[in-house]
Write a protein that binds this ligand. Structure first.
Ligand SMILES: NC(=O)c1ccc[n+]([C@@H]2O[C@H](COP(=O)([O-])OP(=O)(O)OC[C@H]3O[C@@H](n4cnc5c(N)ncnc54)[C@H](O)[C@@H]3O)[C@@H](O)[C@H]2O)c1
Ligand SMILES: [Zn+2]
Ligand SMILES: [Zn+2]
Length: 361
């Protein structure tokens, strides 16, 4: 028996999202249906709505969620009905060349549900990042469910499902920030602030937050930034050099996804430093850099998908740190909203008024 629930759909490029009745099929082999309890609004949802990811409209948005498994299909063993889970977009396959090399965090063939969720007229929906969790129920592959301690409330836990994990992992995994290093984070939204939190957890001693909004910079200080730079007023490369003895930072993280910002991050790092791109560029963007600068500065230029995380390893660890009071996930939740408020939340995100709006079911 299929379920009919309410969900947030982007029907066409740039068009405001609408609430639609979604048909969620019973889980097939290897699949699970999850009753979503909370789902954060990530900038990537807005990218989808603006056609910046691909043209597979209509999209069922939402992908940063926690909930409870309400049905499982044949052969599912990793979760059972009643389990409290965070949804992930990296259900590793165990068989691709990355997995076989022992690097499942790069899995090239991650699992999603085989069946499609649809509109009532049968139109197939493309769930954002293979999840689609701005809906009361969603259908996923069982590997997309990571069991965590139910003591963590869904508003906080769900954030690990995308933006916070992407940011923490960009610092800890991709950037491999070490104790005593200096880090600059460009863009202090949910992802950038999580990179700041990750740098702090890793023991960075200088953490420079860069944004064009003073409000965001103030919040970033609360998360762990030791210095702030408003790059709409000050040249951030010069400011970062001045804060690091004239050298630049060991790790520079672009959490905006704009060529200009990437360039600033590139020039703001010390020799042999790492530049990490975690902000998502649109397909039309290009970056031009003098080749001699790429060669001459040494170090590494890396992109970070989902913070190079392994959900089964990283989600329970970060939830433990949260429950111990060592990682303040609640600081990322600016407001809780209803399913009908996602379009307004995009607007607030665009205006820089929120870190995370979280839909609470
Ligand atoms: N790589 C991944 O796995 C992954 C995962 C989730 C999100 N993302 C991407 O990360 C980016 C950030 O997402 P978010 O949810 O934190 O978005 P957000 O809109 O909440 O935050 C973006 C921040 O960047 C700031 N900003 C904008 N232009 C700037 C500039 N020129 N210089 C400095 N700061 C600037 C804004 O003021 C804002 O604080 C997006 O591109 C999103 O798609 C990537
Ligand atoms: Zn794989
Ligand atoms: Zn996201």
């Amino acid at each position: 028996m299929a379920y009919e629930v309410q969900g947030v759909v982007a029907r066409g490029k740039g068009a405001p999202v609408t609430i639609e009745t979604i048909v969620v099929p019973d889980p097939g082999p290897g699949e699970a249906v999850v009753d979503v309890q909370a789902c954060g609004v990530c900038h990537t949802d807005l990218h989808y709505r603006e056609g910046g990811i691909n043209d597979d409209f209509p999209f069922l948005l939402g992908h940063e969620a926690a909930g409870v498994v309400s049905a499982v299909g044949e052969g599912v063993t990793n979760v059972a009905v009643g389990d409290y889970v965070i949804l992930n977009w990296r259900a590793v396959c165990g068989q691709c060349r990355a997995c076989l090399k022992g690097e499942p965090q790069y899995c090239f063939n991650t699992h999603n549900a085989a069946q499609k969720m649809t509109l009532q007229d049968g139109t197939e929906l493309s769930p954002a990042l293979g999840i689609g969790a701005f809906a009361e129920k969603t259908l996923v592959h069982s590997g997309q469910c990571t069991k965590v301690d139910p003591a963590a409330p869904p508003t906080a836990a769900g954030l690990l499902g995308c933006g916070v994990m992407a940011g923490v992992g960009a610092a800890m995994n991709t950037g491999a920030v070490q104790r005593g290093e200096s880090v600059a984070v460009f863009g202090c939204g949910g992802v950038g602030d999580a990179a700041i939190a990750g740098a702090r957890l890793a023991g960075a001693s200088t953490i420079i937050a860069v944004d064009i909004s003073d409000k965001k910079l103030e919040w970033a200080k609360g998360i762990g930034a030791t210095h702030t730079v408003n790059s709409s007023e000050t040249d951030p490369v010069e400011a970062i050099k001045a804060l690091t003895g004239g050298f630049g930072v060991d790790v520079a993280i672009d959490a905006v996804g704009h060529p200009k910002v990437f360039e600033q991050a590139f020039y703001a790092r010390d020799l042999a430093g790492r530049v990490v791109m975690v902000g998502v560029p649109t397909p039309d963007m290009t970056i031009e850099l003098p080749a001699i600068e790429i060669f001459g500065r040494g170090g590494a230029i890396k992109s970070s998908w989902y913070g190079d995380c392994l959900p089964s390893r990283d989600f329970p660890m970060l939830i433990d740190l949260y429950l111990q009071g060592r990682f303040d996930l609640d600081a990322f939740v600016s407001e809780t909203i209803g399913l009908g408020d996602v379009e307004a939340a995009f607007d607030k995100m665009h205006k820089g008024e929120v870190l995370r709006s979280v839909v609470l079911f």
